[in-house]
Design a protein around this ligand. Structure first.
Ligand code: HEM
Length: 526
C-alpha cells in the first residue's frame, strides 16, 4: 500500500486495481502478444485477414469505449475523502455516521456543471452539482446536492421541460451553456416559480472561483428520525473552509478561453499538493410541530429557511484528500441517487424530491448498462450485499446455493430478512391521505418574496453584476415578447432592476397578466 490516504472504501477499490508496470502485453484472454504494430495480412501489402483475432478484439473494445454522458451534470470532477463527525446528532437521528463523535466515514464527491456536455468549459454560468456518496457502515448514503440552495421548479414533472429549455437548441446545438438563448428565457419567463433561482443564477454564485470555494445545499427538506421515532425536518449545508469566492463574468470568459479545465485542474492540483479542500457540514433542524410556522411551505424547493430564523448547526468536516486513480472507473461510473438513504434519514413529501426518487436509477439503467451497476467498484457499499436479486447483464457476484426466494424452508444460501429488533430501515410513519388531484398547493404560490430577499441581500457591486448578467443574457434573446415578459417578471422583484434591464434590452416594462401566481392551466403564452 502506498502512503496516500486510505480507508475502508479505498482498500476495497484497491482490490480491483491493476498496475501494468513491468508486465507483458496480453489479449483479454491472457494470451501474450508479441506484435502490437502490424495486423495479420496475406502478404506484406495485405489485405488484412479476418482471422486476426488480436486486431478484432482490440478494435471492438475501442469501438465500444464510450458510454452515454449523463443527461444533466455531464461534466464533472471527483475526489475521495473523509467525513468526520464533530458533534453528535443522536437527539435527532439514528444514522450511525451522524451520531458517533469522531467517526470517520469514507466519501466520494463529484462536482459538476449542469447544462454543458462532458467537454464543455468549467466556467459556464450555471448551477454546480455537489454530490456526496457516504460509504457508511449501514450502507451507502448519497447527498446529491447543488451549490445553490433552491431550484427552478416546484414539481418534478417540469424537469424534462426545464432541461429541454436550457440545453443547446435541438435544431442547431447552439448555444452552449455560457450564453443565453431564446428557449431558456422563454420557459423561465413563463415560470414565476423560477424567479428566486434566477436571482441566484444571475448572481456571482453561479461562477465559482473553484470547487473548494463553493457551498453545497441539499435543497429539499429531508427528515431526521431518532431512536424514539421523533421527526425533525432537516436542511443540509456544506460551508467551504476557504469561504465563498466567485469570479466576475469577464474573468470567466477569459479563463474559459485559456483553460476550460480550470476547476478540474484546481481540484486535482490542490489534492496532489496536499492542500486538501475542506467544508464544514451543517444542518438546520425544524421540529415536526413547527412545520406550519413559516410564511412559506417547507416542502417547496424554491424556498430557503432563513439562517436568521433557524441557524445552521455545524456538526462535521468533509475533507477531500485523494484523487481518483482512474477518471472513468470512479468519477464517470459513480451513480448517485437521492433515494440512497440509511436508517435515521427519510424523504419529505416535497414533489420535486419525490420525482427525483424515480429519475436517477431509471437513467443509470441505460447510462451504466443494466441492473448490476451497483456492482461497479466505485458504487459498491462497504457492507457486503446479500439479497435474492439475480442475473442480468454484466453480473459479477457469484451467488451460491439453489434458493433465491423468500420465504423458504430449505435455506441453501438464501439471506433472510432481519428481525425488527436487529435494525434495518423503517420508514417514518407519517399519516398521508387526500383526494387524487393534479394541482399545486396554495402554500407554494408566493414566488417573489424570497427572490426580493435575495436581491436585496446583495451589495451594490453584486447587484450590478446581477443586473449586467441579466442584460447580457436577455440581449441575446431574439424574441421581443420573451424579453418583455422577463422584464415583467423582474418588475415584481425590483422595479429599478426591471427598468434598467428593460432600457438596455430595448423593451418596456409592462404589467404581466399572471402576477404573483403560477401560470393559469390553459397557458400557451406568447
Ligand atoms: C444528476 C434528475 C433535481 C442534483 C441528475 C441526473 C438526472 C437527474 C437524471 C443524471 C444522473 C446520472 O446519470 O447518474 C433530476 C430530476 C430533478 C433533479 C428529475 C428534479 C425533478 C436536482 C436537484 C438537485 C440535483 C434539486 C440538487 C439538490 C444533481 C446532481 C447530479 C444530478 C448533483 C450529478 C450527480 C453526479 O455527479 O453524478 N439529476 N435532478 N438534481 N442531479 Fe439531479
Amino acid at each position: 500500500m502506498n502512503n496516500k490516504p486510505h480507508n475502508k472504501k479505498l482498500d476495497q477499490l484497491e482490490s480491483h486495481a491493476t498496475s501494468s508496470e513491468n508486465t507483458r502485453l496480453t489479449s483479454n484472454q491472457g494470451l501474450r502478444i508479441n506484435n502490437n504494430q502490424d495486423s495479420l495480412k496475406a502478404g506484406n501489402r495485405g489485405p488484412t485477414l479476418m482471422e486476426d483475432f488480436f486486431f478484432r478484439e482490440k478494435m471492438t473494445h475501442f469501438d465500444h469505449e464510450r458510454i452515454p454522458e449523463r443527461v444533466v451534470h455531464a461534466r464533472g470532477s471527483g475526489a475521495h475523502g473523509v467525513f468526520k463527525l464533530n458533534k453528535s446528532l443522536e437527539k435527532y437521528t439514528k444514522a450511525g455516521f451522524l451520531t458517533e463523535v469522531g467517526k470517520e466515514t469514507p466519501v466520494f464527491v463529484r462536482f459538476s456543471t449542469v447544462a454543458g456536455n462532458r467537454g464543455s468549459t468549467d466556467l459556464a454560468r450555471d448551477v454546480r452539482g455537489f454530490a456526496v456518496k457516504f460509504y457508511t457502515d449501514e450502507g451507502n448514503y448519497d447527498l446529491v446536492a447543488n451549490n445553490i440552495p433552491v431550484f427552478f421548479i416546484q414539481d418534478a414533472i417540469k424537469f424534462p421541460d426545464l432541461v429541454h429549455a436550457v440545453k443547446p437548441e435541438p435544431h442547431n446545438e447552439i448555444p452552449q451553456a455560457q450564453s443565453a438563448h431564446d428557449t431558456f428565457w422563454d420557459f423561465i419567463s413563463l415560470m414565476p416559480e423560477s424567479m428566486h433561482m434566477i436571482m441566484w443564477l444571475m448572481s456571482d454564485r453561479s461562477i465559482p472561483r473553484s470547487y473548494s470555494r463553493m457551498e453545497g445545499f441539499g435543497v429539499h427538506s429531508f427528515k431526521f428520525i431518532n431512536n424514539e421515532g421523533r421527526m425533525h425536518f432537516v436542511k443540509f449545508h456544506f460551508k467551504p473552509k476557504l469561504g465563498v469566492h466567485s469570479v466576475a463574468w469577464d474573468e470567466a470568459q477569459r479563463i474559459s478561453g485559456v483553460d476550460p479545465d480550470f476547476h478540474k485542474r484546481d481540484l486535482w492540483e490542490s489534492i496532489e499538493n496536499g492542500m486538501f479542500p475542506e467544508w464544514d457540514f451543517g444542518v438546520q433542524l425544524i421540529p415536526e410541530e413547527d412545520e406550519d410556522k413559516f410564511d412559506f411551505d417547507l416542502l417547496d424547493p424554491t424556498k430557503i429557511v432563513p439562517e436568521e430564523e433557524v441557524p445552521v448547526e455545524l456538526v462535521g468536516t468533509l475533507t477531500l484528500n485523494r484523487n481518483p486513480d482512474n477518471f472513468f472507473a470512479e468519477t464517470e461510473q459513480i451513480a448517485f441517487h437521492p433515494g440512497h438513504i440509511v436508517p435515521g434519514i427519510d424523504f419529505s413529501k416535497d414533489p420535486l424530491l419525490q420525482g427525483r426518487l424515480f429519475s436517477y436509477t431509471d437513467t443509470q439503467l441505460i447510462r451504466l448498462g443494466g441492473p448490476n451497476f451497483h456492482e461497479i467498484p466505485i458504487n459498491r457499499s462497504v457492507k457486503t450485499v446479500h439479497n435474492n436479486q439475480r442475473d442480468g447483464y454484466m453480473r459479477q457476484q457469484i451467488n451460491k446455493g439453489k434458493v433465491s426466494y423468500e420465504p423458504n424452508s430449505i435455506g441453501g444460501g438464501c439471506p433472510f430478512q432481519s428481525m425488527m429488533s436487529e435494525g434495518g430501515y423503517v420508514s417514518h410513519q407519517e399519516r398521508v391521505s387526500g383526494p387524487k388531484v393534479r394541482q399545486r398547493s396554495e402554500s407554494f404560490v408566493d414566488h417573489y418574496s424570497q427572490a426580493k430577499l435575495f436581491y436585496n441581500s446583495q451589495s451594490d457591486y453584486e447587484k450590478m453584476h446581477l443586473q449586467n448578467a441579466l442584460i447580457f443574457e436577455l440581449s441575446k434573446v431574439t424574441v421581443p415578447a420573451v424579453r418583455e415578459r422577463m422584464v415583467g417578471q423582474l418588475n415584481f422583484i425590483d422595479k429599478a432592476l426591471a427598468q434598467k434591464v428593460a432600457a438596455e434590452v430595448g423593451v418596456e416594462v409592462k404589467e404581466l397578466e399572471f402576477p404573483n401566481q403560477s401560470l393559469p392551466a390553459d397557458s400557451n403564452h406568447q
